[in-house]
Design a protein around this ligand. Structure first.
Ligand code: SAH
Ligand code: SF4
Ligand code: F3S
Length: 440
């Protein structure tokens, strides 16, 4: 009988992609997915540490696993991902029921470690090389996981940007781009296996290929777009500092490249952007958005925003509100600044009061929600091609899907299957989703 694995994933799409690849590896040594923690022989927690709240959640979850280990001493518990890289041995000291901690550059060691723990229980910590290259050969094979219609494909690892608030460069290492041929072959294999949508992933995809110089991102995405059988091509994330005109043109001309750009602005005042080390100004961002909208008129733009960065004044904050009113993003993911030790901003001495941060977050969300709703209301009565994703979480008779512009659409289930393309007329637009009716 096969062994069972349960994998819990926190954090961003990178982690989702890594979890799928680790699962693929574990399948080769006899592990099958299981839903329930208490039926698992191996539990992996793939972690995030981008904000303190993410770490607190992980420590809470690890604590909950203690009784499972007591019930079943043979259970193997492993912690992977960004927080594993950051905390290392500390994790085992705080939670001795954890068997292994594996850093982001060492995932190629996963099989060897699990096999050795199956034979001899012990504690293993390997966070030795944040720039590890094992991941390349390991990740270059497409590993069939649960999802069949859509696949995350990492095209690069790490980040060189060192935004002053952000821990990612420290826990993911320097930028390393995968070879274009490896990416293209992986997408071809995925499409052969039934995938219709591919999402190319990197912390800043615009930097793709700066190391090996075999192709830049615009060239890569144009090549991937030509792969026969692929219906939708997405990518994230783009840093505004280097989104090129060549890429805008590639998106415009690409047949399957979806009209959606996630373009985190982070803030709307030059003073704070400078202190964040984002290396663009508000006006440069504004001009970039103008060029994008001129070339791709029906594009949807989403963003990330941080409130409460050290030194933020009422004036900075009001400039940000004005800026989001001006740009009119389709949606924004809003975060309260979280101090990450080891990053430059953690040492800035003018940290903002918690209550002010919360109050500003609410105001920011209120303004953005109004904008999102107004944009979505304009879509009423329009018909969109929707890629069906599955039943909604709360009601099995309601299915969800996405437009090319990445808007979530809800509709009454008839006979649609996951991965189908259908047409839906929008009848009830809301702030975060569109309700509609299928049209035949
Ligand atoms: N590489 C991507 C995003 C990585 S992290 C990019 O640069 O766009 C995802 C988001 O988390 C960031 O865009 C930022 O808005 C937020 N974030 C990162 N560090 C944070 C911190 N210390 N506190 C609050 N939010 C943070
Ligand atoms: Fe973090 Fe900035 Fe890199 Fe994004 S670009 S991962 S925010 S350092
Ligand atoms: Fe979190 Fe690591 Fe992604 S810190 S946001 S999982 S790169």
């Amino acid at each position: 009988m096969n062994k069972k694995m349960k994998i819990l994933t926190y954090g961003c799409q990178m982690n989702v992609a890594d979890s799928e690849r680790m699962a693929g590896q574990l399948q080769t040594i006899g592990y099958d997915y299981v839903d329930e923690f208490d039926e698992a022989d191996l539990i992996l927690i793939n972690t995030c540490c981008v904000r303190e709240s993410a770490e607190d959640r992980v420590y809470g979850k690890i604590g909950e696993l203690k009784h499972l280990k007591r019930q079943n001493p043979k259970l193997i518990i492993g912690i992977t991902g960004c927080m594993a890289q950051k905390e290392g041995e500390q994790l085992i000291r705080r939670a001795p029921h954890v068997d292994f901690v594996l850093g982001t550059g060492r995932t190629g060691e996963l099989i060897r470690i699990v096999q050795s723990l199956e034979e001899v229980p012990s504690h293993i910590v390997d966070t030795s090389d944040v720039n590890g290259s094992e991941s390349f050969s390991q990740y270059s094979a497409f590993s069939p996981a649960q999802k069949v219609f859509s696949e995350f494909v990492p095209i690069m690892y790490g980040c060189n940007n060192y935004c002053t608030y952000c821990i990612v460069p420290y826990v993911r290492g320097r930028e390393r781009s995968r070879l274009p041929d490896d990416i293209i072959n992986e997408v071809k294999e995925a499409v052969k296996a039934g995938v219709v949508e591919v999402i190319l992933l990197g912390q800043n995809v615009n930097s793709y290929g700066k190391d090996h110089k075999l192709a830049n991102f615009a060239e890569l995405i144009t090549e991937v777009d030509k792969i026969e059988g692929l219906r939708r091509l997405r990518f994230m994330t783009s840093h505004p500092k280097d989104l090129s005109d060549e890429l805008i043109e590639a998106i415009r001309n690409g047949e399957h490249i979806c009209e959606h750009i996630h373009l985190p602005v982070q803030y709307g005042s030059d003073r704070i952007l400078k202190n964040m080390n984002r290396v663009y100004t508000v006006d440069q961002y504004r001009q970039l958005v103008k060029r994008i909208r001129e070339q791709i008129p029906d594009v949807s733009l989403t963003t990330d925003l941080i409130v409460g960065f050290p030194g933020e004044t009422d004036r900075d904050f009001n400039e940000t509100l004005d800026f989001i009113r001006e740009i009119k993003f389709d949606a924004a993911y809003t975060f309260i600044y979280s101090k990450r030790s080891g990053t430059p901003a953690a040492k800035f001495d003018n940290q903002v009061d918690d209550s002010i941060k919360h109050e500003r977050l609410t105001r920011l969300m209120d303004v953005q929600n109004e904008i999102s709703l107004a944009i979505n209301e304009q879509l009423s009565e329009q018909v969109f091609e929707v890629l069906v994703e599955g039943a909604s979480k709360t009601d099995p008779t309601i299915f969800t899907g996405r437009t090319r512009t990445n808007k979530l659409v809800l509709f009454k289930h008839d006979n649609e299957q996951v991965g189908d393309f259908i047409n839906v007329k929008i009848t009830q637009p809301q702030t975060w989703l569109l309700k509609g009716e299928r049209v035949y």
